[in-house]
Design a protein around this ligand. Structure first.
Ligand code: SF4
Length: 362
């Protein structure tokens, strides 16, 4: 940990925005409102964890997602909640200068820094497909991991190989956990993941001095414990049997369920509907694109886009999603009530129908 400055004073992140952010982090972490002041305090603490951030085989979308989040400017917040010692995309320096900075940071914070890895690691041809400063990604990862306190594998590429590992995986791309076996690794998959999940992981560490509870794939349970399908604003349409049959058709324009267009929400665990991306809390499904399942190693980049998803929870969730006939505006109480009453009667039959391939019905 190193000492730093108070961004909320020096960089004029407004008090209201800061409070909103602290509340959002508490929500993401599933903490009660009494933690909000503690979260605020943790984010302003002068002791900041040193972070070395590596880029391997990837598109830099995870960093981009972080930089594009606003309200408040999340990049400003995150990059001041941590002490960023090395980041190839954001640093102005390059070449030998930046390599010296990396080694100086590894030495200065030996045993204490957090290693963030973005991108997969190609294993074929002895790692020749990704080299930085003359070193393969394999060697660079092993070298930096040796002295770190913990690793955060950000994005699906670093978590399990992601897009570069999709068939036929020409470079032999793998995730961090396939190479490093003796360190605590927190995986935050997504293509890209929500930056709030990264920030919440860091805040959890600052608040409780330990990593969050992880599932069997090393993902924080607070972010990856719930099925997307159970939180989706279109779930009412699914349960009522209203589906978009094609992109741009009437059902699609009315905001109906995207299951028949290949939505993988029914077999993907994540908090995208709840947390969202960018300023207006968008996520693919609420702008009309089916969930791709990018979080799940056995779904995203594995199951073809238009294949129907396995439905893990055919019964409607207890907290019934609001539905609407047009777009994604909140439904009236009357509409929600009617749909809620109807769904109990028709739910099972509708789900059985929904499981059939669209081609079979047309
Ligand atoms: Fe939402 Fe997709 Fe589930 Fe439909 S299938 S309710 S669009 S997650």
């Amino acid at each position: 940990m190193i000492r730093g400055k108070n961004i909320f004073v020096e960089k004029e992140v407004g008090r209201r925005d800061f409070l909103k952010l602290s509340t959002k982090v508490a929500t993401v972490l599933g903490l009660s409102p009494v933690f909000i002041p503690k979260i605020s305090y943790a984010m302003q603490a002068k002791e900041k964890p040193a972070v070395i951030w590596l880029h391997f085989q990837e598109c830099t979308g995870c960093t981009e997602s972080l930089l594009r989040a606003e309200g408040p400017d999340l990049a400003t917040v995150i990059l001041d909640v941590i002490s960023l010692e090395y980041h190839e995309t954001l640093f102005a320096a390059a070449g030998h200068q930046i390599e010296e900075q990396l080694h100086a940071a590894m030495k200065r914070y030996a045993g204490n820094y957090v290693l963030v890895v973005e991108g997969s690691i190609p294993m074929k041809e002895n790692g020749a497909y990704c080299q930085i400063g003359g070193k393969t990604a394999i060697d660079m990862l092993k070298e930096t991991a040796a002295g770190c306190a913990a690793i955060i594998a950000i994005g699906s590429c670093a978590a399990w190989g992601g897009l570069p590992s999709s068939g036929p995986n020409p470079t032999g791309a793998v995730g961090v956990g396939d190479i490093i076996k003796d360190k605590a690794i927190v995986s935050i998959p997504g293509c890209p993941p929500s930056p709030y999940n990264f920030l919440s992981t860091v805040v959890h560490y600052l608040l409780f001095k330990k990593l969050p509870t992880l599932d069997k794939e090393g993902r924080p349970v607070f972010a990856y414990g719930k099925l997307i399908h159970d939180q989706c604003e279109r779930r009412g349409h699914f349960d009522s049997g209203r589906f978009a049959e094609d992109f741009g058709d009437e059902g699609h324009r009315k905001g109906y369920c995207l299951y028949k267009l290949g939505c993988k929400g029914p077999s993907t665990f994540g908090n995208c509907p709840e947390v969202g991306f960018n300023r207006e809390k968008t996520w693919p499904v609420n702008i009309g694109h089916p969930c791709f399942g990018c979080i799940e190693s056995k779904v995203g980049y594995t199951v073809p886009m238009h294949d129907l998803s396995q439905v893990l929870t055919p019964n409607p969730p207890q907290s019934y999603a609001q539905i609407t006939e047009s777009g994604n505006k909140p439904a009236s109480m009357w509409a929600a009530g009617v749909a809620g009453a109807a769904v109990g009667a028709v739910g099972a039959a509708v789900v059985a129908k929904a499981k059939k391939l669209p081609a079979e019905e047309e």
